[in-house]
Design a protein around this ligand. Sequence first.
Ligand SMILES: Cc1ncc(COP(=O)(O)O)c(C=O)c1O
Length: 396
Amino acid sequence: MNPRLDLLHPYPFERLRELIARTEPPEIAPISMSIGEPRHPAPAFLVEALKKSLHTLGSYPLALGIPELRQAAAGSLERRFGLESGSIDPQTMVLPVNGTREALFAFVQAVVDATRSPLVAMPNPFYQIYEGAALLAGAEPYYLDTVAATRFLPDLEAVPAAVWDRCQLLFLCSPGNPTGAVMSERYLVAALELAEKHDFIIAADECYADIYLDAPPPGLLQAAVHSGRTRFQRCVVFHSLSKRSSVPGLRSGVVAGDPAILKRFLLYRTYHGAAVGTHTQLASVPAWEDDEHVAVNRELYRQKFASVLPILEPVLEVPRPEAAFYLWPNVGGNDETFARRLHARENVLALPGTYLARNNAGGNPGRGRVRLSLVASVADCVEAAQRIRRFIEERA
Ligand SMILES: Cc1ncc(COP(=O)(O)O)c(C=O)c1O
C-alpha cells in the first residue's frame, strides 16, 4: 500500500469519539456543537430542481460541467464580490466540484511536484483536508499559526524567504474555520505579491463567504481584479453550496480562477473520475442564481450569535467572529478536559482546539480553546450556551 497513508493523522472526530467513549452523559437531550454541518432546512426550490433533474441519471456527466452551471456560478461570484459582469469567464475560469472537500484534496494532487522537495503552507489550526492532501501528494506541510496575537490570521511577513521558495501551494481560509477571522483585501494582495515573487499558487478556501455577521468578507478574485490581475494568475478559489444553501449532502461546489491552472486541473479530474452528477449540477443552478435564500440563511446564524454570545460572555473569553458559524473561546485550561467534562455533565459536545492544530514553535495554537459550531436550531444553540454557562459556573 501507499506508505504515505501512514503519515495521515487521526481525524478530529475520531479522537473526539475516543475522548468521550467512557463518559456517561446525563439523560438530557444531547446537543452537538462539534461538527460544522449546516442543519437549516434545504431550500424547497432546490429540492424541486433536484427532483426534476433525475431524468439525467441515464448519462455520464462531463468533468467540465454543464454551461448553465458554470454561468450561474460565475454570475454568483461576480455579484458577491462586486466584479463587473463578464470578469469571470464561465468557459475557462469555472469548474464544478463535488463539494470543496473533494476539490481541495484533488487540487493538491494535481498541483504538487513531489520531485522538488515541496512545501504546502496552511493555517494552523486548519481544515484537516489541507494537511492530508499535502502529505499524500508527497509535500511537507508548513504550518502558519493563527493566534490572538496575529488577529487569528497567518503572519505571512514572518515566513522566511527560503520557506516561500520551497512553497508550491499556499492555503488561505477566509472566513476562517475555526476562528471566523477574515482577510482584508490588502492582506490578500500581499499574498498575491508573495505568490508572484516566489512562484507558488494560492488556493483560497472561501466556503464560508456567504455567512458573515456585518460586512461581506472580501475574496481572492476580487483582490486580484482590484490589483490588476484580471486573469487571476496563480489564484484558485473554492466555493460551496454546503454552507451557502445549507445542503452539505448535495456535494456541490465550484472552483474558479486562473484558466491555465484550471485546464490542468480538469485533465486531472477527468482521470480521477470526479465529474459532478448532472442532476446535482442542474439542481445547483438556481441555488447559485438566487441570493435571497442565502440572506435568510445568514440571518439565522446572526440570530444565533446575537443570542448565544451574551450568555457566554460573562463566563468565557469568547471573541465575536467576523464570519462563518463557529465560536472559538478560550476555556482557561485544558481543552480536552473541558470537552470531556462538558459532555459528562451537560451532554453538549464541543471539539477540543488541539485536535484541529499541530504543535509548532509556540506549542499547539489550538491549546486551551474549543470549537463550538452554531449549526443547531436557535433554541438548541441557546440551550447549549446555557448549559455551558452552568457547567463553568458550577466548576468555578
Ligand atoms: C474550511 C472548510 N473548507 C471546506 C469544507 C468542506 O465543505 P464542502 O465539501 O461541504 O464544500 C469545510 C466543511 O466543513 C470547511 O470547514
